[in-house]
Each structure stands twice: as C-alpha cells, then as structure tokens.
Design a protein around this ligand. Sequence first.
Ligand SMILES: CC(=O)[C@@H](O)[C@H](O)COP(=O)(O)O
Ligand SMILES: NCC(=O)COP(=O)(O)O
Length: 278
Amino acid sequence: MTGEGGNPWAKTGLPRSEVLKDGNPAQDAPPCRLGVNIDHVATIRNARGGPHPDPVRAAKLAEACGADGITAHLREDRRHIRDEDMERLRAELSIPLNFEMAATPEMVEIALRTKPHAVCLVPERRMERTTEGGLDLTTHHASLEPAIRRLSDVGARVSLFIDPEEEQIRMAAQLGAPVIELHTGTYAEAALATDKKALTETHTALREGAELAESLGLEVHAGHGLTFWNVQNIAAIPEVRELNIGHFLIGEAVFMGLDGAIREMRKLIADARTGMLL
Ligand SMILES: CC(=O)[C@@H](O)[C@H](O)COP(=O)(O)O
Ligand SMILES: NCC(=O)COP(=O)(O)O
C-alpha cells in the first residue's frame, strides 16, 4: 500500500537518512501515539446539511482500529465540527478526546463544560483555509495564561500549537502548559513541493525544537499536513510522543477505508520508531 506510485516523497530523491540523525534515533524511545482528527468527516456531512457521515461514528471506528485518541477542532465559525459533536464525542468515546480550539472566552467556556481529556490551543483566522501557523505566544501570553490555568484546573491537559521556534518553545514552558504540539505544516509543504533544502531545514527545526522542548520539561506532540509519505521522519524524532493526523486519513479513507488508512498510518509510525523506514 505504501509503494512508490504517486509517492511525493519518492520524487524528492532525498533518502530519509539524509534528514535523520545518525542511527535509529527513536529506537529506544517510548511509543508515539496516534490521535485521529475527524474534522473533515464533518466537512463532508455539512456539505449536504444532513446527519451523514457522522464524525462520532468515524471516531468510534478509529477507536476500534487502534487510534490512541480523537482530535476535533471546534472552529469559531463551526465550518466542520459543531458543539453537539463535541458533546457526543465526550460522552461516547472511551479513548481520550483532544479538543482543539482558539483561546476565546466562548471556547474556554465550552471546554470547561465539556471537560475533555486534553485541550490544544490553536490560532484561528476566520478566512484561512486551514491553520496556517502556530500561536504567537509572545503576543498573546497575557490572554493565554488565564485560559491555560482555568482549563488545567478542570483536569484538561493543555497543549499549545506552535511553530518550532526557540522563542515560542521557551515561552510555552514559561506559560506552564505541560504540552506543545509542533506545527508540521511548513515541513509538509516542503515535502509536497519536493524542495530538498526547505525539507531539510524544516525537519531540522522540528527535531531541534522537540529536543529543546523536552529539555524544558514539555511533552512534545506534532501535527498538520502529515501523510503516509512524510510521517516517518517526524515519528522518528524520539521526543515526539503523539501525532495528530486528520485531513490525509479522511481523504485516504475514500480509497482504502478509514480502518485501512489508520492501520497503515499506525504501522508507519511504529516502524519509524524502530528505524524501519520506507
Ligand atoms: C490545528 C490543526 O492543525 C487542525 O485544526 C487541523 O488543521 C484541522 O482543522 P482545519 O482543517 O480546520 O484547519
Ligand atoms: N493538530 C493537527 C491535526 O489535528 C490534524 O491536522 P491535519 O492532519 O488535518 O492537517
């Protein structure tokens, strides 16, 4: 299933070892969890205005296929996930729910009521097609601090979705959030564009950022734009403990089913942890 046909990674001509540290860096690392983001099941549902396909059903299927958690982003404009989806996900799932949201007063109140396992604070711009970058913690730390405290007080594990930049990582540690999620979108774009220089630079930034974050006591997650063909170099970063992946898995489900797509992604992540790269 992961042959070279149509594989954008293969077109880079860049052996994976060129962007990895020597040896098998993740060999002795703990496993890397897979959080399945089901937002875009809701995108398809909303295209027709009815109840089908149900993102909660997709989340339960993901759970049955071995997902370690479910991620859902309640956007302010409700373009995909809606309030009632979040309530049902919280009530019906047995695995952890990671509630992605902007740190607005409205969203903080919803999350305090929902009491998810985790909250990932993300930047949001109403007209963007998707989350284009990480939070700017230097600009927003005054508003983020109370949100992090209130959400932590109800037991949510708060993570901050940031770019792999030293200043942002140090600020995340100062803000007292236990987790960061590194935005992998720029790395994913470099892989798609087969831009070797950008690919190496973005991967180095993620690897060094993950090392720094762990040294500061932060748990490191990563996500955005990850696919079968770019996931392994990120999963091979030993400090990365969780990957959140959505759009590609839901798209690939059209071709191989959601269960097949999740199982293949889990295998690629597990193989990367043991140095068995594609
Ligand atoms: C923060 C993030 O990366 C996710 O929210 C993911 O991108 C899915 O949501 P959108 O596609 O609406 O950005
Ligand atoms: N936080 C990233 C996420 O949940 C999934 O992003 P994507 O795979 O949909 O780009």
